[in-house]
Write a protein that binds this ligand. Sequence first.
Ligand code: PLP
Length: 419
Amino acid sequence: MFHYLDGQLHAERVRLSEIAGAAGTPVYVYSSAVFASRFREFTEGLAGIDHLICYAMKANSNQAILRLLLGLGSGFDAVSAGEIERAAAAGAPGGRIVFSGVGKTGTELRQALDTGVRHFNVESEPELAMLSEIAASSGRVAPVAIRVNPDIDAGTHHKISTGKAENKFGVPVSRVREVYRQAAQLPGLRIVGLDMHIGSQITALAPFEAAFRRAAELVAQLRADGHRITRLDVGGGLGISYGDSDAQLPDAGQYCRLLQRTLAHLECEIEIEPGRYIAGPGGVLLTTVLYAKQGEGRRFLIVDAAMNDLHRTAIYGAWHDIQPLRQPRTDADPEEVDIVGPVCESSDTFARGRAMPPTQAGQLLAIRSAGAYGAVMASEYNTRALVPEVLVQDDRFAVVRSRPSIADIIARDIMPDWL
Ligand SMILES: *Cc1c(COP(=O)(O)O)cnc(C)c1O
């Protein structure tokens, strides 16, 4: 629900320039309506089968977002004890939190047992052994699903592909039955299901189809081996359009139909872990143009947001649509510009050779589709304060994370007594 109204870009019914004025820039702004409607696409698509949508909170873990989704019936996929605590702080019961991750520490496993998470997605034999020991030593039984690495090419960026044999994630498909056999013998574990997650920003259904079919085969095999498989967690990964191509991407409805067609007959409780699909389109990063500078044959717009606030372009070469908050005149000739941040790295660039309406210093821009893997990946590089976050609902907005002061940042350093 980001749209021009009376010549001004709005989030729902709130003028974004009003938020920039109140909170300063750079600032992340989220639309409740977008998060809710993207979430509901999955709920509607999965109607009729037993399921739980476990929102991958690493995409955007602001507690206001978690609370909003919780109210819509969401569960959560957490990848650290910190995320489990955060979900709990937002009000999520342990029974709605699954615990994933390739490198859970003993302390994290213990904490997750204390919280009573829904189940652990276990990624290796040593993790199984450690979890069993920790659970058994306190007289508990940990519910587990084992993450299989199905060796499927998700066709996505190599940095966010997770389901190929060469990736560090999960148990190789060739060893899964053996690992389940071992798990069944461990005293502190109770097998409840099977888990997989093949990657992120997947823009075609074919890799999902291959993965789902493999999962269905495995569930049948594991049941034949005598295991009780009542839950099937197929992970997240459905991609979104960042505005760089006209290609029609699969939507949640198509994804859910595929899921219904390939997995409903198993009569498992189906879990999905979408992150980006729900959060990505729901956020923008507002930034102010500090300077417009003419370089040798290039024009630069230097903005007050930087790569440490939104890493995606620097890390993945990601393309983000960038719009002025003031609606450009339709007859204005576009100019080609590089939109860059103030950090001393050439990768601190949001757009290269981008056609933009004529833009002056002082103008405000919105970097679109920044709701996922934006604020959560931000750092304080250059002693820049983490970007605040604002949530809009209809005609109101609230700061849901404040901008820390530089004094707070500096105060975290501790001087050793010999200096
Ligand atoms: C990152 C991750 C997700 C979410 O991926 P999206 O591409 O944001 O949907 C889900 N499950 C696991 C285990 C993950 O690591």
